[in-house]
Write a protein that binds this ligand. Structure first.
Ligand SMILES: [Zn+2]
Length: 387
């Protein structure tokens, strides 16, 4: 049976509308007040505007590296979704709790908060660090500032568990992602004089076709990682905007593409190949008509993948807590790759709820997942506490 305090905290956290575009400061203040009441100091790392914050806290001896429990406080928008209940007011129906963020991923944070007095009562020999971030859902923006702060601390966590919804499965890997915005600058002309212009849409479409061919080549030749549903790196164009009117040779075309890569793929080599094609094949031809034309490719978001060695201590440790021996990789990105690659903290993902419910209307978590997470934290207590 789930602890009623877990449910209370889930209800409370869901009641804050922390859609990524909104401030998360009220939710963070709530957590900070609660930690204060327990005698736990916390540190906030704000965004530049001061409208959002990460929270970092340590229970136990601050001079020793411990186990970090981490999660993001933001949720995806409900815009355009048909909900049967108020998404910011938890509704229990049978064995399910409905609400935005119940699975992704306020329940993990809530259950962790509910268990803190028990950790304290059993006296910690290994500290527990808490790291709660903002703006995960819009490209893991917030956690990057927290990582900078962590890198400047005398003692860093020895390992990290991110409670994204995995149905308490132990996740050792996820793909990395790089996303780009491309601006093709052509030369305007009356369409009857098309050869005198440089058609930005047509050059953009050549580059898009190149990306699509690249995607097919990788699907065919690999590298492949059989632990993923889609076993290879994917390349995809998501938006295109260009042109003003049919009788004008278009001067501008802007499009966005991304690739999501497996650990065996070198993302820089892929990026270099795309840039080389744009420069050598396309720009050379554009410049023959006008040197004012060109192609600018901006890297918009760079999210490292996670690739934990299955023999790493964190993997063995978390498998023991989860009471299982298997591990898997997931298609969705998390902050895990950043913690591991940018802060050198070994990290796995393991949390309650299912990714199948995340980001959808009528998002829910099963009570059984809350029980499983509490049991997981109970086993963590057995490992990190004196008694
Ligand atoms: Zn999430």
């Amino acid at each position: 049976m789930a602890d009623s305090k877990s449910i209370e905290f889930i209800e409370k956290l869901i009641s804050f509308d922390t859609t990524s575009r909104e401030s998360n400061l009220e939710l963070i203040a709530f957590i900070q007040d609660y930690l204060n009441d327990l005698g736990i100091d916390s540190q906030l790392v704000h965004n530049e505007e001061g409208t959002k914050a990460n929270l970092y806290a340590t229970l136990g001896d601050k001079h020793i590296s411990g186990v970090m429990l981490s999660g993001h406080t933001d949720v995806v928008p409900i815009d355009g979704q048909e909900w049967d209940t108020n998404p910011f007011n938890v509704t229990q129906t049978g064995s399910r709790l409905y609400g935005r963020g119940t699975s992704d991923m306020k329940s993990f944070i809530a259950i962790t908060l509910a268990q803190l007095p028990k950790f304290q009562a059993r006296s910690l020999k290994i500290p527990i660090h808490l790291a709660f971030s903002y703006d995960e859902e819009v490209g893991c923006i917030g956690v990057r500032r927290l990582i900078e702060a962590l890198n400047g601390m005398p003692v860093k966590p020895a390992m990290c568990i991110i409670g994204e919804p995995t149905s308490m499965q132990v996740i050792t890997g996820h793909k990395g992602k790089r996303s780009y915005r491309v601006h093709v600058r052509g030369l305007e002309a009356h369409s009857s004089l098309a050869p005198h212009g440089v058609n930005a849409i047509e050059y953009a479409s050549r580059l898009i076709a190149f990306l699509s061919d690249l995607a097919s080549r990788i699907a065919d030749k690999g590298p492949h990682d059989e632990l993923y549903d889609v076993t290879h790196t994917t390349v995809h164009t998501g938006t295109v905007h260009g042109g003003t009117q049919l009788n004008i040779v278009p001067k501008d075309c802007v499009f966005e593409y991304e690739f999501r890569y497996v650990g065996l793929q070198d993302p820089q080599a892929l990026e270099d190949e795309i840039r080389a094609f744009a420069r050598d094949e396309l720009e050379t031809r554009m410049h023959a008509t006008s040197s004012d034309t060109g192609i600018t490719i901006d890297l918009v978001n760079d999210m490292p993948g996670l690739e934990m060695d299955v023999d790493a201590e964190v993997v063995t440790f978390v498998k023991a807590l989860a009471g299982r021996n298997d591990h898997a990789k997931v298609a969705f990105g998390t902050e895990a790759g950043l913690f591991h690659q940018r802060a050198n903290i070994p990290t796995v993902v393991c949390g309650p709820g299912s990714i199948d419910q995340a980001h959808k209307p009528n998002e829910f978590i099963e009570m059984e997942q809350i029980d499983a997470c509490e049991a997981f934290l109970g086993r963590l207590m057995d490992r990190v506490c004196e008694s």
